[in-house]
Ligand binder design. Structure first.
Ligand code: ADP
Length: 563
């Protein structure tokens, strides 16, 4: 593999940035200054070395035989000695320095996440072209790259340039992604043809959403709705690859709309972060717990906590002990942001402040898992995290029959046996629902939320009961931990912002900070309500058909009952 190909253009500036800085970090070789291609230069000096050596050996052998003094040299011998020394210096600098550099750069790579052959895991066997056939071969490039980019690709492949510095060094995020992608292709032998590169604003994710980009994944976005919620219409964007999900949610929205709409209430709005600290003894940890939970201290703690943001407002601190370790669960409102950064900054302020009165406090971690972020935990299910929302609707008897093609008693019975008893049998933690996470994940991805928070955001208990003399169906979803924001993170990206805009909750709500995020949380719950209604109806209808078959009812009756 030729990693030291020289090209005079490689140091030419491009895109207003000095690409020479890349060359510098690629550790320029002395041989780069030569006017010939490196392969020819190597050949020339090797030949010179061999020729000079052979000539001098012959001459010395003749002199020894003829007993002539060795130090008396002719012009030809002087030239040969000069050629020998010059070629020796060249060959040593070429191979010796490259060898040393390879040792130095490989030790750098141990610390850096570098796209290099040595750092990359061994690729799985590829059915298509053998990876070796592609490695380092510019001819294998699917698209023609400018010569200077070829040079950088080779340096990334050779591990001389860490892949992660490309954006900062080139000052051109699209170009950096293209170079990284080509290096990846050469290292792995995989083409990534289906993964688009163009048509994305790589500048918008820099330092915010994704590192080391090589393209973007396309996801279809479907629309369910209108969802009539609290007297307004919403068309819900859902990014998913699960067939039937959008259609089913859409059917649920139709049933809710035909029954006069759903209503929602936000019971709590507070993001939490719980650092873990250790004290010399359990008694001392209990003293700190008492201090933190003393209502008279909340004002002081709030002043300290709130000073790093206009929007973070401390609501309270809940503590738990494990031996001499103390877990302090801070909860605060975060405006329209989901709020993890905000709450973490506030917590750090308080930890710094506590060092004066509790100098023996040892901060183990700013997150001690009592928060609890992106993990199933009872604390979120009981106390809530983010927005705690209940959404309800009363579905009319005829809508249950005509739109959902089932009956109220069948739905109520199914909900008890499946969502309540079945989930209890399974030892569920907030999983008392049919498929809340389907809707939560699809809306989260479409609107730029953190999809990993689907873990606790999908905690939901679905309740169903017959009302109005047993004719109509009352359905509700209670979701204590919907973690959403309309500013920060992925919400500012073009596609995600468009989906937020469709819902009328894009960005910060200037008049009433936090209103956009709370509204989004109610829409998520409304979508879940529609999804639960539709899937449970499908299951209930299926079960009816089966049970009718089992008990030998006529097919006519079965059709009637199920439609
Ligand atoms: P998170 O805390 O969810 O991780 P960020 O760290 O991006 O999100 O914080 C949100 C940023 O947006 C903060 O810098 C905050 O000052 C700013 N901001 C502007 N308007 C609002 C608003 N209405 N609500 C919350 N944050 C806002």
């Amino acid at each position: 593999m030729e990693v030291r190909r020289r090209n005079p253009k490689s140091t030419a500036p491009r895109g207003g940035k000095d690409v020479g800085s890349i060359g510098a970090s690629a550790r320029l070789q002395a041989s780069d200054a030569l006017p010939l291609p490196i392969r020819h230069t190597n050949l020339l000096f090797s030949a010179l070395f061999a020729a000079s050596l052979v000539y001098l050996m012959r001459r010395w052998r003749e002199k020894i035989r003829s007993s002539s003094p060795l130090h008396v040299v002719g012009l030809a011998e002087i030239f040969a000695i000069f050629g020998l020394i010059a070629s020796l210096i060249y060959l040593l600098s070429f191979f010796g320095i490259a060898f040393v550099q390879s040792i130095v750069s490989s030790s750098d790579d141990e610390e850096d996440f570098v796209l290099s052959k040595t750092a990359a895991p061994t690729p799985a066997p590829a059915p298509a072209p053998a990876p070796c056939a592609l490695l380092g071969s510019p001819d294998a490039a699917p698209e023609k790259m400018p010569v200077e980019d070829e040079e950088i690709v080779a340096s990334v492949v050779g591990g001389k340039i860490p892949s992660y510095v490309l954006e900062s060094k080139l000052g051109d995020c699209r170009r950096a992604a293209g170079i990284r992608r080509e290096a990846l292709r050469r290292i792995t032998g995989r083409g990534l043809e289906g993964l688009p590169l163009d048509g994305f604003d790589y500048g918008s994710i820099l330092g915010q959403c994704c590192e080391l980009p090589v393209g973007y994944v396309q996801l279809p976005v479907g629309i369910a709705g209108p969802l009539i919620l609290d007297g307004r219409e919403y068309y819900i964007p859902m990014a998913t690859t699960e067939g039937c999900l959008v259609a089913s949610t859409n059917r649920g929205c139709k049933a809710i709309g035909a029954s006069g709409g759903a209503q929602s209430v936000v019971m709590k709005d507070g993001m939490s972060r719980a650092p873990a600290v250790r004290l010399p003894s359990a008694r001392r940890a209990a003293e700190l717990k008492a201090f933190m939970e003393e209502p008279a201290n909340l004002d002081t703690l709030s002043v300290v906590f709130n000073r790093s943001s206009r929007f973070a407002r401390l609501q309270g601190v809940q503590c738990a002990l494990a031996g001499r370790n103390l877990y302090m669960r801070f909860t605060c409102s975060t405006g329209d942001a989901m709020g993890m950064n905000m709450v973490s900054k506030g917590v750090q302020n308080v930890l710094d402040y506590l060092e004066t009165d509790f100098p023996d406090m040892d901060v183990i971690s700013i997150s001690g898992n009592f928060c609890s972020d992106k993990k199933p935990a009872a604390v979120n299910w009981i106390e809530g995290r983010g927005k705690s929302v209940v959404c309800e609707a009363t579905i009319k008897e005829e809508v249950v029959k005509k739109v959902l093609k089932t009956t109220v008693p069948a739905l109520v019975e199914l909900n008890v046996i499946k969502n309540l008893a079945g989930s209890a049998v399974a030892g569920a933690l907030g999983g008392f629902n049919a498929h809340a996470s389907n809707i939560v994940s699809a809306i989260y991805i479409a609107t730029g939320q953190d999809p990993a928070q689907n873990v606790e955001s999908s905690q939901c208990i679905t309740m169903m009961e017959a009302v109005n003399d047993g004719k109509d169906l009352h359905i509700s979803v209670t979701m204590p931990s919907i973690e959403v924001g309309t500013v920060g993170g992925g919400t500012q990206l073009a596609s995600q912002a468009a989906c937020l805009d469709l819902l009328g909750v894009k960005g910060a709500n200037v008049e009433s900070p936090g209103s956009n995020a709370r509204l989004l949380a109610t829409i998520v719950a409304g979508g879940v309500l529609a999804g639960e209604l539709s899937l449970l109806s499908a299951l209930a209808a299926g079960q009816l058909v089966k049970s009718h078959m089992k008990y030998n009812r006529s097919s006519k009756d079965v059709t009637k009952a199920a439609s």
